[in-house]
Design a binder for this molecule. Structure first.
Ligand SMILES: C[S@@+](CC[C@H](N)C(=O)[O-])C[C@H]1O[C@@H](n2cnc3c(N)ncnc32)[C@H](O)[C@@H]1O
Length: 340
């Protein structure tokens, strides 16, 4: 995959790699065979085939598993193609490696598995046989390709599951700051909302319908040329709700590095695998950048904000990180990354 500097508009902030960077960053990648030494497996990106590696992982290592494997679509990732299969074949493929990753999970671990309407049922069937499914999150992709003879596909699923009934979930860490349209008072006092010069706001419990996400596009500093890059905000919700600081997040299909960058921003450890070297190098670059700027678009002051509230966040923010990231939220984005 070529992510070398192309002709791009001046405001285009897509992360790229030049030849020197690529050489430097590729030296930071671990490569199989793995030396199974726990200290080597922290904050590392492995460049290789995760399916071959899964049985090499130490037992009971992982606190949080994020799975964003190829969906059941024909799609090119770097030099590799994923070919669409029948739903039954996809289910068999998924299960063949999923069972190998299970021994690496702690008994208290949580899992989030991304999918779309087409592969979600197959994923459900496999999860249901091996772990405890807790919920299905549906998130709205702001954009999607229109279709003439079908409904536009503008949503994706994330299955939330746990290994056992003993698991960590921090709802306070993932509250949403929402504008209150009809502020209700009881005995003259605001009921569960706060007034500010910008209006009335309430912190709400997050539901399993997420409509506050923006798929990365050219003017966002997290954007890369990866065809199915997920928003940092999406993974931030999973990581904040289902892990503690210093916990280990494992992502065997890392892509452009979203989970690793967010783990670093939120002070979690990570281990990740990506088979395409260019994407793996981009991921290392994002982790390095995360150290300098831990801002996550749409998350500040310990709460998640609705879309297109950047100016409000900046006004209400006491921390400079919202400004530092200098991101743009736009309702005129040209987001084109469709499906995994
Ligand atoms: C859906 S994308 C992940 C996108 C990622 N969440 C992000 O935000 O950039 C899946 C990734 O898995 C990689 N991949 C597919 N099969 C793999 C394998 N067996 N081992 C390692 N990586 C693999 C692909 O190259 C692709 O980058």
């Amino acid at each position: 995959m070529n992510t070398d500097v192309k002709d791009r508009a001046p405001r285009n902030r897509t992360l790229t790699l030049d030849a020197d960077e690529r050489e430097r960053l590729s030296k930071k990648l671990l490569r199989p065979p793995l030396q199974v030494n726990m200290s080597l497996l922290t904050d590392q990106i492995i460049c290789g085939n995760s399916i071959n590696l899964m049985s090499e992982l130490p037992a009971r290592l992982v606190d949080l598993l994020i799975l964003d494997c190829p969906y059941n679509l024909t799609k090119t990732f770097g030099f590799e193609n994923f070919r669409e299969k029948s739903s039954q074949e996809y289910e068999r493929w998924f299960e063949s490696w999923f069972v190998k990753v299970l021994p690496a999970l702690k008994t208290t671990s949580s899992l989030y598995v991304c999918g779309d309407w087409k592969c979600s049922a197959a994923i459900y069937n496999v999860l249901d046989r091996h772990v405890i499914i807790r919920n299905r999150i549906t998130w709205e992709r702001e954009k999607g390709r229109g279709a003439n003879a079908n409904w536009k596909n503008a949503s994706e699923d994330v299955w939330f599951a746990t290994f056992s009934d003993e698991y960590y979930f921090n709802v306070e860490a993932v509250k949403l700051k929402r504008r209150v349209l009809a502020p209700y008072r009881e005995n003259g006092k605001p009921k569960d909302w706060d007034a500010s010069v910008d209006g009335s706001f309430r912190l709400t419990h997050p539901s399993n319908l997420w409509t506050d996400l923006t798929v990365p596009f050219w003017s966002m500093p997290e954007n890369t040329d990866h065809p199915t890059q997920k928003p940092e905000k999406l993974f931030a919700k999973m990581i904040l709700a289902s892990s503690r600081e210093d916990d280990l997040v494992f992502d065997p299909f890392l892509g452009s590095g979203t989970s690793a960058a967010v783990a670093r921003k939120l002070k979690r450890r990570f281990l990740a695998v990506e088979q395409d070297e260019t994407y793996a190098c981009l991921a290392v670059k994002r982790v390095e950048l995360a150290e300098r700027d831990p801002a996550i678009q749409g998350y500040s002051e310990g709460v998640f904000w609705e879309r297109n509230t950047l100016s409000l966040q900046m006004r209400q923010s006491r921390s400079p990180s919202v400004c530092q990231s200098d991101f743009f939220e736009s309702s005129v984005s040209s987001a084109t990354k469709i499906g995994s």
